[in-house]
Design a protein around this ligand. Structure first.
Ligand SMILES: Nc1ncnc2c1ncn2[C@@H]1O[C@H](COP(=O)(O)OP(=O)(O)O)[C@@H](O)[C@H]1O
Ligand SMILES: [Mg+2]
Length: 315
């Protein structure tokens, strides 16, 4: 992906540019830059990346800085064959620090309010892509087709555990579906959140934005990624801040028990998504050794989650 020239950028934005600074390397099918003009600072993101196409649809159709905590969009359009261009108002501020309990509370309360408010509005936005909850059927097909090869490479204990997971699919899906739908920004991590100069939480990065059950917005809480709250106490704090704010603003109140049970199911569903990706890599012989390490770790996580499901839920 080649960068646009200053002339091209000035034409698209209809503004003179005095400074230009690259924010990200351009190896992912999109270029991200910070521009300074005579009267503003602008973030631009452009390229042929599929996620960027989705982000532009979201800004064009539903995200509105006057009503939602998102940056104001200045230009969002297709500028060439499958090249998408997004210009946003630059938000001065910092990314949250999830080592700070106040930041966790602030961010996840805002997210709960976001989820609650969108759960009402989302009914009017039919054009937004909606989750299809197909992870279990993808897993079944992978296992059916490649069972003996996968057993040979990964061992039968794992394959048995995955079949056991499939046997719980009904209860897992039911628990996801009992949660109201909302607009999931798609990738809640500290890099995609800005605390602006007034201390307000602003959500950015809508490449994977789609309509999903509210519990799936926090499906990754429980992973040990450093970009999200990952210590046990911090995860609990984040989830309860999310739930409390949800209950303050949503039409449907969720009890802590139901929320926790649904979260357990969202975690299992999330791991199935991971396994689908890893098993496909093994089948296609991509990064086998590295993938096996991920699978080992994932297997331990999934085992714990299933044990919890068996102990805490009527299956
Ligand atoms: N409107 C904005 N104002 C200020 N900084 C931004 C803005 N949008 C993005 N950024 C910064 O650029 C980084 C990358 O932007 P993001 O939209 O998350 O792109 P990517 O798709 O590469 O994750 C963000 O983590 C943030 O630091
Ligand atoms: Mg991002």
């Amino acid at each position: 992906m080649k960068g646009l020239t200053i002339d091209q950028l000035e034409k698209i934005l209809n503004k003179k540019i005095s400074e230009r600074e690259s924010i990200y390397p351009s190896d992912q099918g999109r270029i991200i830059e910070k521009l300074t003009t005579e009267d503003s600072k602008i973030l631009i993101k452009y390229g042929d990346d599929k996620g960027l196409k989705n982000e532009i649809i979201m800004y064009n159709k539903i995200l509105d800085a006057d009503k939602n905590p998102v940056p104001k969009s200045i230009v969002c359009q297709k500028i060439g064959k499958e090249i998408f261009f997004l210009a946003l108002e630059w938000v001065d501020g910092i990314h949250p620090d999830f080592g700070d309990a106040n930041h966790i509370k602030k961010v996840f309360s805002s997210l709960g309010k976001w989820a609650a408010e969108w759960s009402v509005k989302i009914e009017n936005f039919q054009e937004v892509p909606k989750v299809d909850l197909s992870a279990f059927s993808i897993l079944s097909k992978l296992l059916e087709k490649h069972q003996s090869r996968l057993s040979n490479i990964l061992g039968s204990t794992l394959i048995d555990m995955l079949y056991q997971c499939i046997s719980y699919q009904e209860v897992v899906i039911q628990n996801l579906e009992r949660c109201p739908l909302t607009l999931d920004p798609g990738d809640i991590s500290l890099h995609n959140i800005i605390l602006n100069s007034e201390g307000k939480v602003i959500f950015i990065d809508f490449k994977s934005c789609l309509v999903r059950p509210m519990i799936m917005v926090v499906e990754h809480l429980g992973e040990d990624y450093e970009s999200i709250p990952y210590k046990k106490y911090d995860i609990e704090k984040a989830l309860m801040s999310y739930l409390d704010a949800w209950n303050s603003f949503a039409k449907t109140v969720l009890t802590k028990e139901i929320f926790n049970q649904c979260h357990l199911c969202a975690r299992i569903y999330y791991k199935i998504g991971d396994f689908n990706y890893w098993l496909s890599s093994i089948i296609e012989e991509n990064h086998i050794e590295e993938t096996k390490e991920w699978i080992d770790k994932g297997q331990r996580q999934l085992y714990e989650l299933l044990k919890k499901l068996e102990n805490e839920t009527t299956l």
